[in-house]
Design a protein around this ligand. Structure first.
Ligand code: GUN
Length: 290
């Protein structure tokens, strides 16, 4: 079998077209959704990601602002920047790019972000609302995974999904999203201490690889016809971007698979835009029916 490629780039372009139209409609009511990205230090990957988010938000007609803080920024100064953004009416969404330099406490910063502006969905309040089945915002990468599964025609109701990776950014929120009423998947979260990871993956109709380890998911770990979503973004020895899945071999077994690049990545940024649009609508949009 040769798997169908799930084209995240094409899906992202379609979703962004919809967002562009909705931003234009909101502009007629005098509202331009605003996204602020805070970046501390000179981590090259973070700079690339924040640059992408900045360009993408401008491309759909949003207002975008970047706060670039030096690597030796204090916790107090960072918290002041976030507090100012919380009260800035032009800003509907705030994200603090991770990782932060070691001397800063990301948890305390995430907790400070106004839940109404928490478009990255990393504030424990936002994560907790999702965990109790009443979400406010869905975190961007797992939200993108949901849309990729829909695109692949996967009905998650009753499906067995194995997620490899238990991060707060992907694994945990994705498990909570997939078990919401209406999604109704049966989810296993596997991780580095899981016994017989291959067997746990082989039982699944859908395998989501989100462990951050190149080559972790091999062909013998995937049931014939299963759908494979690769969230990994690793640098190979030659500098190229690769996922967690052995793409060539797994493509021979799986029914559908996302590539890296061009799978989950474009969807992450797209869902950030979707959340920012939603935040602007809730905060400043016209009343229902207006
Ligand atoms: N670093 C890597 N991915 C992300 C993300 O989705 N949000 C933030 N804030 N930082 C990240």
């Amino acid at each position: 079998m040769t798997a169908r490629i799930i084209d995240g780039k094409a899906l992202a372009a379609r979703v962004r077209d919809g967002i562009t139209s909705e931003v234009a409609a909101l502009a007629e009511h005098g509202v331009v959704p605003g996204l602020a990205a805070v970046i501390v230090g000179d981590d090259p990957a973070s700079k690339v990601y924040v640059g992408m988010k900045h360009r993408a938000s401008a491309a759909v007609g949003m207002y975008s602002r970047q706060a670039e803080l030096p690597a030796d920024t204090t916790q107090e100064d960072l918290e002041r920047v976030v507090a100012d953004l919380n009260t800035d009416d032009e800003i509907d969404g705030i994200l603090v790019q991770l990782p932060l330099p070691d001397h800063l406490d990301p948890q305390r910063v995430q907790e400070l972000i106004d839940p109404a502006k928490d478009v990255d969905a990393l504030n424990p309040y936002t994560a907790g609302r999702l965990a109790i089945g009443d979400p406010t915002f869905l975190s961007c990468t797992p939200y993108g995974v949901l849309l990729l599964l829909e695109e692949a025609g996967v009905d998650t109701t009753g499906a067995r999904v194995t997620i490899v990776g238990r991060s707060n950014l992907v694994g945990r929120p994705l498990a909570n999203m997939l078990t919401l009423k209406g999604r109704d998947a049966t989810v296993t979260i596997a991780h580095s201490r899981t016994t017989d990871l291959a067997a746990v993956c082989r039982e699944a109709d859908v395998v989501v690889a989100a462990a951050g380890r190149q080559g972790l998911v091999t062909a013998d770990m995937v049931a014939p016809g299963a759908t494979v979503i690769d969230v990994g973004t690793n640098r190979a020895e030659d500098g190229s971007l690769v996922g967690d899945v052995d793409f060539d071999a797994v493509s021979e077994v799986a029914g559908a698979i996302t590539p890296v690049p061009g799978g989950v990545g474009p969807m992450t940024v797209t869902m950030l835009l979707q959340n920012t649009l939603e935040a602007a609508r809730r905060r400043r949009g016209p009343a229902e029916g207006a």
